[in-house]
Design a binder for this molecule. Sequence first.
Ligand SMILES: Cc1cc2nc3c(=O)[nH]c(=O)nc-3n(C[C@H](O)[C@H](O)[C@H](O)COP(=O)(O)OP(=O)(O)OC[C@H]3O[C@@H](n4cnc5c(N)ncnc54)[C@H](O)[C@@H]3O)c2cc1C
Length: 400
Amino acid sequence: MEKVEYLIVGNGIAGLSAAREIRNNDNDGSILMVSSEPYLTYYRLKLTEYLYKEFEDEELLVNKESWYREKNIKVLLSKIVEKLDLDNNRVVLDDGVEIEYEKLLLATGSRPFIPPVAGKFKQGVLALRTLKDLRYIKGYFSECKDVTVVGGGLLGLEAAWALKNLGKNVTIIEFAPYLLPKQLDEETSQKLKEKLIREGFNLYLSSSAEEILGENTANGIRLNDGQEIKTDGVLFSVGIRPNIDIVRDTNIEIDKGILVNDNLRTNIDNVYAAGDAVETDGMIIGLWSSGNEQGKIAGANMTGKPMEYTGPKLFTNLQIGNIKLFSVGNIKDFDNVYEYEDREKEIHHKLFTTDGKLTGGILFGDIKNMGKLKNGVNEKVSIDSYLKEEPLFKLVMNSI
Ligand SMILES: Cc1cc2nc3c(=O)[nH]c(=O)nc-3n(C[C@H](O)[C@H](O)[C@H](O)COP(=O)(O)OP(=O)(O)OC[C@H]3O[C@@H](n4cnc5c(N)ncnc54)[C@H](O)[C@@H]3O)c2cc1C
C-alpha cells in the first residue's frame, strides 16, 4: 500500500495552495494530491471568460507539469476518493486502491446548485463548474440563438456577458428585486440595471424559473408570474453546495460544510479542510482568494507551523465591457454615507462609515481607486484621513 505524509483530496486552488505551502516548510515530506478531474489545477475563475474565447487547456493551468516535478509533488488524476477510514489513516479510491496518510487535507470544493425546478433534467439545462462543463456548454450553446442565465449574481452576470459576446440574445432572471443585492445599494444597482438593458440584455427581476419547457430539450422557461420566455438553453448560476459526501459517514463534524477551527483543522487531529468545502462562521465563502488563503494556512499547520485564519476579506469586482464596478466591506449597516458623482461620465462612488471609520465602499463607473478603497476598508481607516486625499466626496446621509 502506498504511504504518504501529506495526502490532499482535491486539486483546486485550495489543494494546490496547501501543497505549495507544505513544500515551502517541509523539503522532504511526501505529498500526494488526488483529483477526480483529469486536469492539473486550472484557473476555475477564468472559465466564464473562456465561454467566448478559443483556448487550449494548457492556457488555463496554474502550474505546468514541470512545476510538480521540481517540487516533488505527486498528482493522481481522474481518481475519486470514495471512502475515508479515519481509524486507520487510510483512504480508498474508486479503483479499490488504498492509500495511507499521516496528515489529510480535504479540499473537495463544491458543485453548482440547481434548484428543484420542474424540467431541470431536460437537455440544455446547464451549469458551469469544470473545464469539461465549459467544453460541453460551448458546444451546446453554439447551436442556440436565445439563452437564459438564471441568477443575476456576479458569476451569472459575467456568464451573461460572455454569452452576449458570442452574439446570443441573453435573458437574465434574478430572484431578488435588484441585482447584486449583497454588494450594491438599491440606487447603484438601478444604474447597473439600466446599463445592462442599454447593452441589450433582457432582465427579469423579482422572478424565478418555475418550469423549464420543452419535451426533452429546453425550449422555454415559465416564470413564477406565469410569463413564458423562449430560450434554446438555460445556464443556472444560483449558488454552490460543498462536496462533503465523503465525510458524511465519518466522525468529521459538518453542518453546511466541513467544520474547522482557526487552524483549519477538523475535529479529527490529523485531518484538515480548506476551500469551498469548508464552513467558517456559518458561511460557505466560495471564492478563489479564500481557497488560496485557506489552503496556505491549512498547509502550514499540517507541517507544524502554526497559522490562523482570520476570516475572508470580501470584495467584488465586476468588469464586463464598459460596465465596471467594485464593492467592498459592509454597505448595509452604517452611520454615514459620503458620495461623489459625475453624471455625465456615469461615475458614482460611495463610502459607508461606522463610528467615523471607513467600513464599506462602492465604486461604479470608474474603479481605478479600488486598491486604495479596499485597503482603507480592510484597515478601517478614519473617514477624516481618507477624505483628506479624496476631497470630492460629500456627506449625503447622516443617521445622527
Ligand atoms: C465559472 C466560475 C467562475 C468563478 N469566478 C470567480 C471569481 O471571479 N472570483 C472568485 O473569487 N471566485 C470565482 N469562482 C469561485 C472559485 O473558482 C472557487 O471558489 C474556487 O475555485 C474553489 O476552490 P477549491 O479548491 O475549494 O475547490 P474546487 O476548485 O472545486 O476543487 C475541488 C476539486 O476536488 C475534486 N474532488 C471533489 N471530491 C473529490 C473526491 N472525493 N476525490 C477526488 N477529487 C475530488 C473536484 O473534482 C475538484 O477538482 C468561480 C467559480 C466558477 C465555477
